[in-house]
Design a protein around this ligand. Structure first.
Ligand code: PHE
Length: 344
Protein backbone atom coordinates (compact mmCIF):
# COMPACT_ATOMS: atom_id res chain seq x y z
CA UNK A 1 0.00 0.00 0.00
CA UNK A 2 2.89 2.30 0.81
CA UNK A 3 4.55 1.56 -2.53
CA UNK A 4 1.32 2.45 -4.28
CA UNK A 5 1.10 5.80 -2.48
CA UNK A 6 4.70 6.59 -3.31
CA UNK A 7 4.20 5.55 -6.89
CA UNK A 8 1.35 7.99 -7.21
CA UNK A 9 3.42 10.90 -5.84
CA UNK A 10 6.53 10.21 -7.96
CA UNK A 11 4.58 9.36 -11.08
CA UNK A 12 2.48 12.47 -11.03
CA UNK A 13 5.65 14.59 -10.93
CA UNK A 14 7.07 12.68 -13.93
CA UNK A 15 3.84 12.99 -15.85
CA UNK A 16 3.90 16.73 -15.31
CA UNK A 17 7.45 16.86 -16.63
CA UNK A 18 6.79 14.82 -19.79
CA UNK A 19 7.07 17.43 -22.48
CA UNK A 20 6.25 15.54 -25.60
CA UNK A 21 3.73 12.92 -26.63
CA UNK A 22 6.28 10.14 -27.18
CA UNK A 23 7.78 10.50 -23.75
CA UNK A 24 4.28 10.49 -22.31
CA UNK A 25 3.38 7.33 -24.22
CA UNK A 26 6.36 5.39 -22.91
CA UNK A 27 5.65 6.72 -19.43
CA UNK A 28 2.09 5.47 -19.77
CA UNK A 29 3.18 1.94 -20.61
CA UNK A 30 5.72 2.02 -17.78
CA UNK A 31 3.11 3.19 -15.21
CA UNK A 32 -0.10 1.44 -16.16
CA UNK A 33 0.89 -0.97 -18.98
CA UNK A 34 1.01 -4.76 -18.83
CA UNK A 35 4.47 -4.82 -17.28
CA UNK A 36 3.83 -2.01 -14.80
CA UNK A 37 4.00 -2.28 -11.04
CA UNK A 38 0.25 -1.66 -10.99
CA UNK A 39 -0.40 -4.59 -13.29
CA UNK A 40 1.81 -7.00 -11.37
CA UNK A 41 0.26 -5.90 -8.09
CA UNK A 42 -3.16 -6.52 -9.55
CA UNK A 43 -2.07 -9.98 -10.70
CA UNK A 44 -0.68 -10.73 -7.21
CA UNK A 45 -3.90 -9.81 -5.41
CA UNK A 46 -4.97 -13.47 -5.35
CA UNK A 47 -2.00 -14.36 -3.19
CA UNK A 48 -3.08 -11.90 -0.46
CA UNK A 49 -5.06 -12.96 2.60
CA UNK A 50 -8.74 -12.60 1.77
CA UNK A 51 -9.38 -9.80 4.27
CA UNK A 52 -6.61 -7.59 2.74
CA UNK A 53 -7.55 -8.31 -0.82
CA UNK A 54 -10.47 -5.87 -1.21
CA UNK A 55 -8.56 -3.05 0.52
CA UNK A 56 -5.43 -3.42 -1.59
CA UNK A 57 -7.60 -4.07 -4.66
CA UNK A 58 -9.50 -0.84 -4.10
CA UNK A 59 -6.25 1.04 -3.62
CA UNK A 60 -4.72 -0.40 -6.83
CA UNK A 61 -7.83 0.60 -8.69
CA UNK A 62 -7.77 4.08 -7.17
CA UNK A 63 -4.08 4.67 -8.01
CA UNK A 64 -4.50 3.31 -11.53
CA UNK A 65 -7.51 5.50 -12.15
CA UNK A 66 -5.73 8.60 -10.88
CA UNK A 67 -2.61 7.86 -12.93
CA UNK A 68 -4.62 7.28 -16.06
CA UNK A 69 -6.48 10.51 -15.45
CA UNK A 70 -3.24 12.46 -14.97
CA UNK A 71 -1.79 10.93 -18.15
CA UNK A 72 -4.92 11.71 -20.17
CA UNK A 73 -4.99 15.31 -18.92
CA UNK A 74 -1.32 15.74 -19.72
CA UNK A 75 -1.83 14.24 -23.18
CA UNK A 76 -4.63 16.69 -23.89
CA UNK A 77 -2.36 19.59 -22.91
CA UNK A 78 0.52 18.33 -25.10
CA UNK A 79 -1.79 17.75 -28.07
CA UNK A 80 -3.18 21.26 -27.85
CA UNK A 81 0.33 22.68 -27.66
CA UNK A 82 1.35 20.70 -30.75
CA UNK A 83 -1.69 21.96 -32.67
CA UNK A 84 -0.94 25.53 -31.62
CA UNK A 85 2.61 25.18 -32.88
CA UNK A 86 1.36 23.92 -36.27
CA UNK A 87 -1.12 26.76 -36.55
CA UNK A 88 1.62 29.24 -35.74
CA UNK A 89 3.87 27.77 -38.47
CA UNK A 90 1.04 27.85 -41.00
CA UNK A 91 0.04 31.39 -40.27
CA UNK A 92 -0.06 33.73 -43.29
CA UNK A 93 0.92 37.24 -42.36
CA UNK A 94 -1.07 39.33 -44.78
CA UNK A 95 0.61 42.49 -43.52
CA UNK A 96 4.11 41.52 -44.78
CA UNK A 97 5.10 43.80 -47.65
CA UNK A 98 5.04 42.16 -51.10
CA UNK A 99 7.81 42.40 -53.67
CA UNK A 100 7.40 43.82 -57.14
CA UNK A 101 8.10 41.20 -59.80
CA UNK A 102 10.72 42.41 -62.32
CA UNK A 103 9.15 43.59 -65.56
CA UNK A 104 10.98 43.10 -68.84
CA UNK A 105 11.31 45.66 -71.59
CA UNK A 106 12.23 45.89 -75.23
CA UNK A 107 15.82 46.67 -76.19
CA UNK A 108 16.34 50.29 -77.24
CA UNK A 109 17.11 49.14 -80.78
CA UNK A 110 13.87 47.16 -80.97
CA UNK A 111 11.93 50.12 -79.58
CA UNK A 112 13.49 52.40 -82.18
CA UNK A 113 12.81 50.08 -85.11
CA UNK A 114 9.23 49.48 -83.93
CA UNK A 115 8.63 53.20 -83.67
CA UNK A 116 9.97 53.97 -87.15
CA UNK A 117 8.03 51.09 -88.65
CA UNK A 118 4.85 52.32 -86.91
CA UNK A 119 5.27 55.80 -88.38
CA UNK A 120 5.35 54.36 -91.89
CA UNK A 121 2.66 51.71 -91.46
CA UNK A 122 0.40 54.56 -90.28
CA UNK A 123 0.95 56.05 -93.73
CA UNK A 124 -0.10 52.78 -95.37
CA UNK A 125 3.34 51.20 -95.89
CA UNK A 126 3.79 47.45 -95.69
CA UNK A 127 6.63 45.81 -93.76
CA UNK A 128 8.94 43.24 -95.34
CA UNK A 129 12.15 41.46 -94.47
CA UNK A 130 14.77 39.66 -96.50
CA UNK A 131 17.87 37.48 -96.31
CA UNK A 132 20.99 38.62 -94.49
CA UNK A 133 23.14 36.44 -96.73
CA UNK A 134 22.50 37.98 -100.13
CA UNK A 135 23.44 37.53 -103.75
CA UNK A 136 25.76 40.08 -105.33
CA UNK A 137 23.03 40.59 -107.89
CA UNK A 138 20.51 42.02 -105.43
CA UNK A 139 23.01 43.82 -103.19
CA UNK A 140 24.75 45.54 -106.13
CA UNK A 141 23.91 44.75 -109.78
CA UNK A 142 20.15 45.13 -109.63
CA UNK A 143 20.83 48.39 -107.76
CA UNK A 144 22.74 49.87 -110.68
CA UNK A 145 26.08 49.31 -108.92
CA UNK A 146 28.74 48.25 -111.48
CA UNK A 147 31.24 45.42 -110.80
CA UNK A 148 34.01 48.00 -110.46
CA UNK A 149 32.31 50.04 -107.76
CA UNK A 150 34.62 50.47 -104.73
CA UNK A 151 31.93 49.37 -102.28
CA UNK A 152 32.28 45.88 -103.76
CA UNK A 153 35.89 45.57 -102.58
CA UNK A 154 36.65 43.13 -99.81
CA UNK A 155 37.77 46.07 -97.73
CA UNK A 156 34.09 47.10 -97.54
CA UNK A 157 31.99 44.02 -98.15
CA UNK A 158 32.05 40.70 -96.30
CA UNK A 159 31.85 37.85 -98.80
CA UNK A 160 30.54 34.37 -98.09
CA UNK A 161 31.89 31.22 -99.69
CA UNK A 162 29.16 28.79 -100.56
CA UNK A 163 30.01 25.45 -102.11
CA UNK A 164 31.33 25.94 -105.65
CA UNK A 165 28.47 28.19 -106.64
CA UNK A 166 29.62 30.80 -109.11
CA UNK A 167 27.07 33.25 -107.68
CA UNK A 168 28.59 36.04 -105.70
CA UNK A 169 27.40 35.66 -102.09
CA UNK A 170 27.83 38.19 -99.34
CA UNK A 171 26.46 39.56 -96.12
CA UNK A 172 24.19 42.35 -97.29
CA UNK A 173 25.82 45.72 -96.85
CA UNK A 174 22.46 47.53 -96.71
CA UNK A 175 18.74 46.76 -96.77
CA UNK A 176 18.43 48.19 -100.30
CA UNK A 177 18.59 44.73 -101.99
CA UNK A 178 15.06 44.31 -100.68
CA UNK A 179 14.00 47.10 -103.03
CA UNK A 180 14.73 44.78 -105.94
CA UNK A 181 13.46 41.62 -104.24
CA UNK A 182 10.20 43.28 -103.23
CA UNK A 183 9.47 44.79 -106.64
CA UNK A 184 10.22 41.45 -108.31
CA UNK A 185 7.53 39.81 -106.21
CA UNK A 186 4.93 42.61 -106.05
CA UNK A 187 3.15 44.64 -108.67
CA UNK A 188 3.11 48.41 -108.28
CA UNK A 189 2.13 50.51 -106.45
CA UNK A 190 4.70 49.68 -103.77
CA UNK A 191 4.91 51.29 -100.34
CA UNK A 192 7.16 49.25 -98.07
CA UNK A 193 9.61 49.56 -95.20
CA UNK A 194 12.27 46.93 -94.53
CA UNK A 195 14.01 46.75 -91.16
CA UNK A 196 16.97 44.42 -90.97
CA UNK A 197 20.51 43.58 -89.96
CA UNK A 198 23.33 44.69 -92.24
CA UNK A 199 27.08 44.02 -92.35
CA UNK A 200 30.20 45.85 -93.38
CA UNK A 201 33.94 45.26 -93.04
CA UNK A 202 34.18 48.09 -90.52
CA UNK A 203 36.07 48.06 -87.23
CA UNK A 204 34.12 48.98 -84.13
CA UNK A 205 34.41 52.62 -83.14
CA UNK A 206 32.02 55.09 -81.53
CA UNK A 207 29.77 55.29 -84.60
CA UNK A 208 30.62 52.17 -86.64
CA UNK A 209 30.02 48.50 -86.11
CA UNK A 210 30.54 45.54 -88.46
CA UNK A 211 26.95 44.53 -87.72
CA UNK A 212 24.27 47.17 -87.54
CA UNK A 213 20.62 47.73 -88.28
CA UNK A 214 18.99 49.60 -91.14
CA UNK A 215 15.47 50.58 -92.04
CA UNK A 216 14.81 50.88 -95.77
CA UNK A 217 11.85 52.67 -97.31
CA UNK A 218 10.55 52.38 -100.87
CA UNK A 219 7.61 54.04 -102.61
CA UNK A 220 6.92 53.37 -106.28
CA UNK A 221 3.78 54.57 -107.98
CA UNK A 222 2.63 56.76 -110.86
CA UNK A 223 3.64 60.41 -110.50
CA UNK A 224 5.85 60.09 -107.43
CA UNK A 225 7.97 63.24 -107.17
CA UNK A 226 10.92 64.53 -105.21
CA UNK A 227 8.33 66.64 -103.34
CA UNK A 228 6.70 63.42 -102.11
CA UNK A 229 10.06 62.22 -100.82
CA UNK A 230 10.67 65.50 -99.02
CA UNK A 231 7.16 65.62 -97.51
CA UNK A 232 7.37 61.99 -96.35
CA UNK A 233 10.75 62.46 -94.66
CA UNK A 234 9.63 65.75 -93.05
CA UNK A 235 6.63 63.90 -91.63
CA UNK A 236 8.91 61.16 -90.33
CA UNK A 237 11.27 63.72 -88.71
CA UNK A 238 8.37 65.46 -86.93
CA UNK A 239 6.90 62.19 -85.70
CA UNK A 240 10.23 60.83 -84.49
CA UNK A 241 11.96 63.97 -83.18
CA UNK A 242 9.11 66.38 -82.44
CA UNK A 243 6.68 68.66 -84.25
CA UNK A 244 9.11 71.62 -84.50
CA UNK A 245 11.65 69.75 -86.61
CA UNK A 246 12.59 70.87 -90.10
CA UNK A 247 14.57 68.89 -92.64
CA UNK A 248 16.96 69.74 -95.45
CA UNK A 249 18.17 67.64 -98.37
CA UNK A 250 21.74 68.04 -99.59
CA UNK A 251 22.96 66.65 -102.91
CA UNK A 252 24.67 63.30 -102.60
CA UNK A 253 25.37 60.19 -104.66
CA UNK A 254 24.08 56.64 -104.57
CA UNK A 255 24.23 54.34 -107.61
CA UNK A 256 20.56 53.32 -107.20
CA UNK A 257 18.96 56.75 -106.81
CA UNK A 258 19.04 59.78 -109.09
CA UNK A 259 19.01 62.43 -107.86
CA UNK A 260 20.33 61.34 -104.47
CA UNK A 261 20.35 63.29 -101.26
CA UNK A 262 21.53 63.24 -97.68
CA UNK A 263 18.70 64.10 -95.31
CA UNK A 264 19.41 66.33 -92.31
CA UNK A 265 17.08 67.21 -89.48
CA UNK A 266 17.26 70.51 -87.56
CA UNK A 267 18.86 69.89 -84.18
CA UNK A 268 16.25 69.04 -81.57
CA UNK A 269 18.62 70.02 -78.75
CA UNK A 270 19.35 73.62 -79.81
CA UNK A 271 16.65 74.16 -82.44
CA UNK A 272 19.29 74.96 -85.04
CA UNK A 273 21.47 77.51 -83.29
CA UNK A 274 24.37 75.08 -82.85
CA UNK A 275 25.32 72.90 -79.89
CA UNK A 276 27.27 69.78 -78.92
CA UNK A 277 24.60 67.39 -80.23
CA UNK A 278 24.84 68.82 -83.78
CA UNK A 279 28.57 69.72 -83.49
CA UNK A 280 27.69 73.37 -83.84
CA UNK A 281 26.04 73.14 -87.27
CA UNK A 282 22.39 73.18 -86.17
CA UNK A 283 21.73 70.13 -88.39
CA UNK A 284 22.06 66.38 -87.89
CA UNK A 285 22.65 63.97 -90.77
CA UNK A 286 20.08 61.17 -90.58
CA UNK A 287 19.90 59.11 -93.77
CA UNK A 288 20.49 58.64 -97.46
CA UNK A 289 17.65 58.92 -99.97
CA UNK A 290 16.73 59.78 -103.52
CA UNK A 291 14.51 59.07 -106.51
CA UNK A 292 14.73 55.43 -107.61
CA UNK A 293 17.04 55.23 -110.62
CA UNK A 294 15.14 54.12 -113.77
CA UNK A 295 17.78 51.40 -114.23
CA UNK A 296 16.64 49.82 -110.96
CA UNK A 297 13.00 49.84 -112.07
CA UNK A 298 14.03 48.25 -115.35
CA UNK A 299 16.14 45.56 -113.63
CA UNK A 300 13.03 44.28 -111.85
CA UNK A 301 10.76 44.60 -114.88
CA UNK A 302 8.95 47.80 -113.91
CA UNK A 303 8.22 50.37 -116.62
CA UNK A 304 10.22 53.55 -115.85
CA UNK A 305 8.12 55.48 -118.36
CA UNK A 306 4.99 54.94 -116.33
CA UNK A 307 6.40 54.61 -112.78
CA UNK A 308 8.63 56.62 -110.54
CA UNK A 309 9.58 56.30 -106.92
CA UNK A 310 11.72 57.31 -104.01
CA UNK A 311 13.80 55.33 -101.54
CA UNK A 312 15.55 56.04 -98.30
CA UNK A 313 17.67 54.13 -95.84
CA UNK A 314 18.58 54.96 -92.27
CA UNK A 315 20.75 53.40 -89.59
CA UNK A 316 18.63 52.39 -86.62
CA UNK A 317 21.49 52.75 -84.11
CA UNK A 318 22.32 56.14 -85.55
CA UNK A 319 18.85 57.63 -85.14
CA UNK A 320 18.52 56.14 -81.64
CA UNK A 321 21.93 57.56 -80.65
CA UNK A 322 21.00 60.98 -81.95
CA UNK A 323 17.66 61.04 -80.23
CA UNK A 324 18.73 59.61 -76.86
CA UNK A 325 22.26 60.99 -76.64
CA UNK A 326 23.89 57.54 -76.71
CA UNK A 327 27.58 58.23 -77.25
CA UNK A 328 28.92 54.85 -78.38
CA UNK A 329 27.38 52.28 -80.69
CA UNK A 330 28.74 49.44 -78.51
CA UNK A 331 26.00 50.15 -75.97
CA UNK A 332 23.52 48.51 -78.33
CA UNK A 333 25.39 45.20 -78.32
CA UNK A 334 26.94 44.92 -74.88
CA UNK A 335 23.52 44.58 -73.28
CA UNK A 336 24.62 46.10 -70.00
CA UNK A 337 21.35 46.24 -68.08
CA UNK A 338 22.43 49.46 -66.36
CA UNK A 339 22.42 51.08 -69.79
CA UNK A 340 19.38 49.35 -71.23
CA UNK A 341 17.19 50.06 -68.19
CA UNK A 342 17.58 53.77 -68.82
CA UNK A 343 15.35 53.28 -71.86
CA UNK A 344 12.42 51.43 -70.31
N1 PHE B 1 21.55 51.97 -98.93
C1 PHE B 1 22.10 53.26 -98.63
C2 PHE B 1 23.19 53.09 -97.56
O1 PHE B 1 23.27 52.07 -96.95
C3 PHE B 1 21.05 54.23 -98.12
C4 PHE B 1 20.02 54.53 -99.16
C5 PHE B 1 18.87 53.81 -99.25
C6 PHE B 1 20.22 55.57 -100.04
C7 PHE B 1 17.91 54.10 -100.19
C8 PHE B 1 19.29 55.90 -101.00
C9 PHE B 1 18.15 55.15 -101.05
O2 PHE B 1 23.97 53.98 -97.32
Amino acid sequence: MESLDQLLIQASARIDEADDLEILASLESELVGKKSFIASTRRGLGRLPSEERPIVGAQVHEVQTRLQQLIDDRRAVLQREAEDRLLEQDRVDVTIEGYEPPVGMHHLLTQTVDEVVDIFTSLGYRVASGPEVELGWYNFDALNTPPTHPSRLESDTLYVEYGDSSDEMLLRTHTSPMQARYMEKHDPPVYVVVPGRTFRADALDATHSPVFFQIEGLAVDEDITFGDLKGTLAHFAREFFGSERKIRLLPHFFPFTEPSAEMHVSCFACDGSGCRVCSGSGWIELMGCGMVDPNVLEAVGYDPQRLSGFAFGMGAERIAMVRHGVNHIKHFYENDLRVLRQFS
